[in-house]
Design a protein. Sequence first.
Length: 273
Amino acid sequence: MAQTVEANGARIPLVGLGTWDLRGRTCARMVEQAIGLGYRHIDTASMYGNEAAVGEGLRASGVPRDEVFITTKVWQSDLRAKDFERSTRDSLAKLKLPSVDLLLIHWPNPSIPLQETIGALCKMKREGLARHIGVSNFTVALVEEAVKLANEPLVNNQIECHPYLDQGKVIAACRERGLSVTAYSPIARGRVGGDAVLSRIGKAHGKTAAQVCLRYLVQQHIVAIPRTSRPQRLKENFDVFDFKLSPAEMKAIAALAHPRGRIVEWSGTPDWN
Ligand SMILES: NC(=O)c1ccc[n+]([C@@H]2O[C@H](COP(=O)([O-])OP(=O)(O)OC[C@H]3O[C@@H](n4cnc5c(N)ncnc54)[C@H](OP(=O)(O)O)[C@@H]3O)[C@@H](O)[C@H]2O)c1
């Protein structure tokens, strides 16, 4: 299967490296090794405090800049137009890049008009600071509103997504409007490791539970950005393109979803559907 997804003009690699919590030399080394192993997508954010290290790892990899898809995000407290632009420019200075491939609003902020933030986001694309733009942690209603307000195409909504959480409604809303979906916490912060259903399915394919989980996402053209601090897991998390889950296996994995499956809670988002 293709290792990328296309959305409103963007082509996004389906597996990327998540970097939340990776810092300094560890972060730079993991980014460099991931790219060496074939990863072509790195996910960072202003809030992670690791953009300089991500940039270092990217340069150390020796892979040309235009072959790696770099995403960063503007934090919730910086959603006023002026702050948004400053945050974006700071991110680029830390990454030592003239532009990122994807710039996201990290979390919605109900106390700042979305129109102002979306205006600033679109401006960053028009000025060439971001090749593509999108959102993160946006509900169905917020996706609809954002698309109406934007005068540049939005290409992605990054949301918590893994087998324990049914995100069907927001995924459908994104797709109707041409946005792709990126799954954050795609292996449920490591919880899928010991899952009996995923392990059983994995055994039949010679794969681990985490690989089955990631395959379940990418087989639905959902981008997955698993994070690891262990070099040996980089390869495991990337090796998901050489097997296929059957419709019955996909169904069994979807049945793992339950109402308390969400890991990342945010009090300002009352209705996810
Ligand atoms: N937009 C947002 O609001 C938002 C929110 C959360 C996360 N994110 C992004 O999404 C990325 C991924 O999400 P996440 O970091 O929350 O969680 P995750 O990727 O689902 O899980 C990471 C955890 O799983 C473990 N792990 C990694 N590979 C494994 C494997 N093959 N088998 C078993 N365990 C494994 C890691 O431990 P080891 O380090 O020991 O391997 C780590 O503790 C973040 O790094 C960040 O880039 C975005």
